[in-house]
Design a protein around this ligand. Structure first.
Ligand SMILES: C[S@@+](CC[C@H](N)C(=O)[O-])C[C@H]1O[C@@H](n2cnc3c(N)ncnc32)[C@H](O)[C@@H]1O
Length: 404
C-alpha cells in the first residue's frame, strides 16, 4: 500500500490573534483550520493575516461542527488553551474551572477526528499547569493525550531567552504512535527512566526543572514518554532599549500621575530609582502595580527585562514604563506596539482599540519561542516523515512495463 505523503499543514486551536501562526508560517507551515470563540481575537487575526476563510469562530465544545470544518488530516495541531484557572489570578480552580477545562473540548475534537488525528500536538500554558491540584491536572492532561495514541514530552521555555520579557511557559509535545521518525526517542517499556530516553532527558539540562522531572517520574502515561535530543535555547543578546520608545512623542503622564506613582514605590525600589537618578544618563524600568498589605505599590525592575505581559483585566495588570533621563523621571503605560515587540512580533497589525491589542498580545505566545520549537522539533519530525513516505512510495513503485 502506498503511504500518504504528509503535508506541512496545521490546525490551531485557541488561536487567539494568531501568534502561533505568525511563528510557523515562515518555515512553510500552512494553516488549514483556526478556532477561537472570541470575535475580537478573530478581528485582530484577520486584520493581520487578511481574509482567513479557515478561521472558525466557534466554541471548542461544539465537536461535530468543528470536525466538519476540518477537511483533511493536518500534520500538526496546536492548543494554547486558557490559563485562567491554572494561575493564582484564577483562584486555582484548575480543570474544575470552566475556562481551562476547555482543554477537554480539544481532546474531544481529537477523538472525533479518529483516523485524521494530527501526527503532532503541542500544548502551551503557564507554569501553574504543572502545579495545579498538586500536579493532578497535568497528569490528567497528558494521560488524555496518551489515551488518544500520543507519546509525550514536556519542557519549560522562557521567552527571556529570545526577547526582554520574563515569560516562562510549559510546552507539551505529543508524538503520535504512528510516527516513524528515528529522532523520536521513546522511553523503554517496563524500564522506567531507561537508556537513550533517560540520557536525552538528562542532556536537556534547564529545559526541564527538577519539579517537572519529579512529576514525570511519578506519572505513568498509557503510551510512554518520548523526546528528541534537545538542548536549551542559546541566550539571545538584546537590550530593552530596543523595545521601549523614549522620545517626547509618547503619551508620558502629567505631573500628578507621575508623582502619584513615584510615591507608590517602596523604600527598596525608591533607593534603586534614586541611585540611577544620581548616576545620570538614561535608564529604562518596567513597572507593575501590585496590592501589598492592602496598599497599592509600584514595583519597578531595571534588569533589562519586562515583566510577563498579562491581559489588562483590572488596573494592576497593565505594564508601565519608567524612564529616567538625566535626572528626570517619567512614567507612561506601555504601548500596544511595545507589547507586540515583547512578544517577538514587532510588525503585527494592531487593533484600532488599545485594550483589544493589549488583550491579544497579553494572552498570546511569544513568537520566537514557537520558532525555536519549530526548528528543533516540528519541522525536523515533519521532514523525517516526508522523506520516509517518499522513500517508501519510491521503493514500492510497480516495475515499469518493458515495451518490446
Ligand atoms: C491563551 S489564549 C491563546 C492565544 C493564542 N495562542 C495567541 O497566541 O494569540 C486562549 C484562547 O482561547 C480562547 N477560548 C476560550 N474559551 C474558548 C472556547 N470555549 N472555545 C474556543 N476558544 C476559546 C480565548 O478566546 C483565547 O483567545
Amino acid at each position: 500500500m502506498r503511504q500518504t505523503i504528509p503535508t506541512k499543514r496545521f490546525a490551531e486551536f485557541f488561536a487567539g490573534i494568531g501568534l502561533v501562526h505568525e511563528a510557523l508560517r515562515g518555515s512553510g507551515w500552512n494553516c488549514v483550520y483556526a478556532n477561537d470563540i472570541d470575535p475580537k481575537k478573530e478581528a485582530m487575526y484577520k486584520g493581520h493575516f487578511g481574509p482567513s476563510p479557515y478561521f472558525h469562530l466557534e466554541d471548542v465544545w461544539q465537536t461535530n461542527t468543528i470536525v466538519e470544518e476540518i477537511h483533511e488530516r493536518p500534520f500538526l495541531a496546536t492548543a494554547s488553551f486558557p490559563c485562567t484557572d491554572l494561575s493564582l489570578a484564577g483562584h486555582c480552580h484548575g480543570f474544575e474551572g470552566d475556562k481551562s477545562s476547555t482543554y477537554f473540548g480539544f481532546i474531544r475534537v481529537l477523538q472525533a477526528l479518529d483516523t485524521r488525528k494530527p501526527s503532532l500536538v503541542i500544548l502551551e500554558n503557564v507554569t501553574g499547569f504543572l502545579t495545579s491540584k498538586g500536579g493532578a491536572d497535568f497528569v490528567k492532561a497528558v494521560c488524555a493525550l496518551a489515551t488518544e495514541g500520543y507519546w509525550i514530552d514536556c519542557f519549560v521555555l522562557d521567552a527571556k531567552s529570545f526577547v526582554p520579557q520574563s515569560r516562562p511557559r510549559v510546552f507539551v509535545v505529543a508524538f503520535h504512535d504512528s510516527l516513524k521518525s528515528t529522532r523520536i526517542i521513546r522511553q523503554e517499556r517496563n524500564e522506567f527512566f531507561g537508556d537513550a530516553w533517560q540520557s536525552a532527558i538528562d542532556n536537556g539540562g534547564s529545559l526541564r526543572p527538577d519539579s517537572l522531572l519529579r512529576l514525570m517520574a511519578k506519572t505513568t502515561v498509557p503510551t510512554g514518554w518520548a523526546t528528541l535530543a534537545l538542548q536549551p535555547p542559546k541566550q539571545a543578546k538584546y537590550s530593552i532599549a530596543s523595545i521601549i520608545d523614549t522620545d517626547n512623542d509618547q503619551d508620558w503622564w502629567d505631573k500628578a500621575a507621575t508623582n502619584k506613582h513615584y510615591k507608590m514605590l517602596s523604600d527598596l525600589h525608591l533607593k534603586e530609582v534614586k541611585r540611577r537618578i544620581k548616576e545620570g544618563g538614561t535608564h529604562i524600568g518596567t513597572v507593575y502595580r501590585r496590592c501589598r498589605y492592602n496598599e497599592m505599590r509600584a514595583e519597578v525592575r531595571f534588569d533589562n527585562l519586562a515583566g510577563c505581559l498579562r491581559t489588562p483585566r483590572g488596573g494592576s495588570a497593565r505594564q508601565i514604563v519608567m524612564l529616567i533621563h538625566d535626572g528626570n523621571v517619567r512614567f507612561r503605560w506601555m504601548s500596544p506596539r511595545e507589547y507586540a515587540r515583547l512578544q517577538g512580533a514587532p510588525d503585527f497589525t494592531l487593533a484600532d482599540n488599545t485594550i483589544q491589542s493589549l488583550f491579544g498580545f497579553g494572552d498570546g505566545v511569544c513568537v520566537p519561542v514557537i520558532r525555536w520549537l519549530d526548528q528543533n522539533v516540528l519541522t525536523p519530525v515533519y521532514e523525517d516523515e516526508l522523506s520516509s513516505a517518499t522513500h517508501t512510495n519510491r521503493s514500492k513503485k510497480p516495475p515499469r512495463k518493458i515495451i518490446a
